[in-house]
Design a protein around this ligand. Structure first.
Ligand SMILES: [Zn+2]
Length: 252
């Protein structure tokens, strides 16, 4: 019997009364579960296995099956604030879809679990309007993307000029998301930068810990960088939803 915390990444209906969920477990990585009777009102798992919820599950791992049965599921945190914050929710969905599609299957993913749990908790905390939240809400997704680059072996060096090797002391003068290279002002010279100022300032703020003013530029630059490295053969559907949601929140 295995007892582990888990974050539900995805859930879809299976038959009239059941669900299949894919969850990132703290102990065993990504596991698919069938939740018999999960749609019923009186299901003992109700709420515990909602997407993005943090729960503790008990199951017996059958090595001969792709689908496991959950014996017990206890809700630890439903993320109430996050569910009321559309933009944070859209970003959290991109994170869970990326893990589902690109994280290795069938292996423990302790670091992925820790990073995702931290980011979702921070979204929930900052969405609740907590004045003394330790994080800038606009940095959370970009921070998670940067950590994910690191975790999956595509470390991004935000503080070194890729041409002269000098340490940057202010925001880079340009950034190439295809290679992940930052260029200092001296090396860029009179060339016109391709990256926008918002992107360069945002990536700088990410490493100094200051608030990112226009996070969508920084997030998109990091997504482009990851896309070039992972190859994103499978498109991430929730990015479309994120882009639609961003439009709703654009300043006039
Ligand atoms: Zn340089």
């Amino acid at each position: 019997m295995i007892k582990t915390r888990a974050i539900v990444l995805h859930r879809f209906p299976y038959s009239d009364s059941s669900f299949i969920i894919k969850a990132l477990t703290e102990v065993c990585g990504i596991i698919s579960f069938i939740v018999k009777g999960g749609k019923k009102k009186e299901s003992p798992f109700r709420g515990a296995l909602d997407p993005l919820a943090l729960c503790e599950i008990v199951f017996h791992q059958n090595p001969n099956s792709d689908l496991q049965f959950i014996k017990e599921a206890t809700l630890l945190d439903w993320r109430k604030n996050l569910r009321n914050d559309l933009l944070s929710l859209a970003k959290a969905q991109v994170m869970t879809e990326m893990i589902l599609r690109y994280a290795p299957q069938g292996v423990p993913l302790q670091e992925e679990f820790a990073r995702l749990e931290q980011a979702i908790s921070e979204f929930d905390e900052t969405s609740g309007g907590s004045a003394n939240a330790p994080t800038h809400k606009s940095n959370i997704f970009a921070r998670w993307l940067l950590d994910t680059c690191d975790m999956w072996g595509y470390n991004l060096d935000l503080t070194t000029c890729c041409r002269c090797g000098h340490i940057l002391e202010k925001p880079a003068a340009d950034f190439f998301p295809e290679t992940g290279g930052f260029v200092c002002q001296a090396c860029l010279g009179v060339e016109h930068p391709r990256a926008r100022l918002e992107t360069l300032n945002g990536l700088w703020a990410l490493q100094t810990g200051d608030k990112i003013e226009h996070p969508e530029f920084t997030e998109n630059a990091l997504l482009t960088y990851l896309r070039h490295h992972i190859g994103f053969l499978k498109e991430i559907h929730s990015i479309k939803f994120l882009n639609e949601t961003r439009k709703l929140f654009e300043r006039p």
